[in-house]
Write a protein that binds this ligand. Structure first.
Ligand code: FAQ
Length: 343
């Protein structure tokens, strides 16, 4: 029997799919039927091992990216140019931590623990987004990250609110709302700089020059070199290809750059009326491959920092585990006492 999710469930993180009221799918034929009917798969449902693996790969990489992504901006919290800018940046960086946690929690419903996912990251067996291996030498880079990196993240992630795996899709709804605020704050930083002194305008332009191409690479390799896309799209995890989303993003940026009074650093960028899209130049895919091999400007620094934070947090994890064990024990004793007095 095919089942679909009520429209509301796409709009509320807490809304439960009506399928939760039914018994879980118990075989792979029903899984295929639900996917064919564009329905939602929930944690207790039968699902192919490859589907489970594909989700854990993508969701854990996404979670890793949110956590590592705190570093380039965290670099500017102590140096933000005003108290208001500092408060906004702190809130944004905290949001990224929250996104990482929603995503690890959603991925855990597939049977892989957060500890395993973190171990895989630290051992270099799991990825995080290429974009976070670039440095943030000026305050304008914080504006460029908000406008371009969060902008690319929104473009990529809005379709993920309709991903077939319920916990991922529901987590993405809240994440996308917060990313929209992030993009606006970045745009506003760049607008202020662009309309400021000549030096400030130039600082904004240089930051855009640095972040533009790397932000386009966030969407992944060209479709012809994207080994995971076909299956992910057949399973309704990804809804659009890497190149389709990249094109959508470029089309969105052109009028925004005009409003900012800044230039996008691509001499081949021009409107193509026949296609109804902007043509654009090639990206440096050798640079992308080098970043993925760990040879980007900041790969070593990002991983060293992540490892140090993990090591320094050991006592917090131990304390939380001990507290949870004690709370479970005391719940058990209370339940036993209640049962005894009822008997
Ligand atoms: N970086 O076959 P495909 C954010 C890998 S969150 C590194 O096309 P797929 C918020 C890919 O894993 C940013 N690796 O792969 C924020 C695969 O290798 P594998 C993160 C990349 O999965 C803002 C290989 O290349 N967002 O920014 C990248 O179908 C500001 C072949 O690629 C997400 O993770 C890359 N850019 O498509 C936070 C969104 N691209 O795993 C802080 C969810 C590709 O086989 C501050 N993820 N690779 O060894 C996705 O939508 C997809 O996973 C793609 C890649 C589109 C990233």
């Amino acid at each position: 029997m095919a089942r679909t999710t009520a429209p509301d469930a796409h709009n509320s993180l807490d809304a439960r799919s009506p399928v939760d009221a039914h018994s879980p799918l118990d075989n792979l034929d029903t899984f295929e039927a639900v996917i064919a009917a564009d329905g939602r798969i929930e944690p207790r449902d039968a699902m192919p091992d490859d589907y489970r693996r594909a989700l854990v790969r993508q969701m854990s990489q996404h979670a890793n990216s949110e956590i590592i992504g705190m570093q380039p901006e965290g670099n500017w919290i102590t140096r933000a140019p005003s108290l208001a800018r500092k408060a906004i940046l702190m809130a944004k960086v905290q949001d990224e931590a929250g996104h990482g946690l929603y995503l690890y929690a959603a991925a855990e419903t597939l049977g892989t623990s957060r500890a395993e996912m973190t171990e895989a990251l630290l051992a270099g067996k799991a990825r995080y987004s290429s974009i976070f291996n670039y440095p943030t030498p000026t305050w304008a880079d914080i504006g460029a990250i908000g406008w371009l990196v969060d902008g690319a993240a929104i473009c990529n992630q809005v379709p993920l609110c309709r991903a077939s795996y319920g916990p991922y899709a529901r987590a993405m709804v809240r994440i996308c709302k917060e990313e929209s605020f992030h993009q606006r704050q970045g745009f506003e930083i760049l607008l202020t700089l662009s309309r400021g002194t000549d030096e400030q305008h130039e600082m904004a332009q240089q930051a855009v020059d640095r972040w533009y191409a790397p932000s386009l690479m966030m969407f992944g390799p060209p479709d012809a070199d994207s080994p995971n896309s076909a299956k992910s799209m057949a399973w309704n995890i990804k809804r659009f290809s890497n190149d389709e989303l990249r094109q959508r993003f470029i089309d969105m940026l052109v009028p925004q750059a005009k409003a900012l009074g800044l230039t996008l650093p691509d001499p081949d960028l021009r409107w193509n009326a026949e296609r109804g899209h902007h043509d654009h130049g090639d990206l440096d895919w050798d640079e992308f491959a080098a970043v993925l091999r760990g040879e980007g400007q900041c790969n070593a620094q990002r991983m060293a920092h992540r490892q140090a934070a993990f090591d320094e947090g050991a006592w917090v994890r131990e304390a939380a585990t001990a507290h949870a064990a004690r709370a479970a024990q005391s719940r058990k004793s209370q339940e036993a006492a209640t049962e005894e007095s009822a008997a």
